[in-house]
Design a protein around this ligand. Sequence first.
Ligand code: NAP
Length: 285
Amino acid sequence: MAEILDGKALAQKVRQEIKEIIAADPLLSARPPCLALLLVGDNEASTHYVALKAKMAAKVGINTREFALPAAVSESALVATIEELNNDPAVDAILLQLPLPAHINTPKMLMAISPKKDVDGFHPYNVGLLHMGLSGIQPCTPRGIMALLAEYKINVSGKRALVIGRSNIVGTPMAALLKRADATVTLAHSKSQNLRELIAEADIVVSAAGKAGLVHGSMLKSGAIVIDVGQNYGSDGTLCGDVDFISAEKKAAYITPVPGGVGPLTIAFLLKNALELRLGNDQEK
Ligand code: NAP
């Protein structure tokens, strides 16, 4: 039976550390980190995530400023808001909640955010640093996964890692971080033809496809490390990952559950990124 990688516990530990760092530092206590949260439109999931981020930030002593813009907002008005925040010395970090309405060019908006306030690490400058193996703000979900592996002293060096999904938010930065940690990385996507074979060869499987049941225990190499990023909702509203947990747990050495695995780490590392932006620190390799 696999050992459970408890993301909820690590997220709690990370939030506690942030809280203590802020409370112990007179400068931070006097002027806590300030995270601007930009929401465009009234997408239910996005509204929920922004509210959750604000709530979790408040718990650790990070201030937030929320900006709710109408779904019909023009690109130029959104850029103007971002630029105002870029130029506001009281704002340390800017989060633009995705997805944006279809009429807005998302990469253009992400590029409008100052790389020095880019809390999600989605600006091409920070993406470039990540892929060059240099210090910079890293996307929260992959950063959280690397921290979870480290927490359980799982050394990825020399291991064969398969990342399923190549989005700029999860799959691609995840592959970059695993490569930096000296894993031998394969990046699969919807056009990959031999996914079963790739899964069977992998010591580490990170599934970020958003497809329930994509990875079954019978496909896994015995003793694999299985990280399930997927968040899929059944018709009854229940949350599940990409991995069939019951069968995978029997074959894997380590596995993340859904919920309670990767999910809680994303916000915890968002808060950590916000604190580091306030401190002007970069993450070390
Ligand atoms: P996305 O932008 O939709 O990307 C999904 C990726 O999976 C794409 O690269 C796609 O390939 C690939 N894919 C889809 N079906 C596949 C299949 N059958 N076989 C192989 N690859 C397949 O999604 P995302 O934003 O990266 O998110 C992925 C999942 O993680 C979602 O369930 C999302 O809700 C979840 N998520 C969770 C967290 C968290 O905190 N736990 C954070 C972010 C995202 P193509 O590129 O070829 O289309």
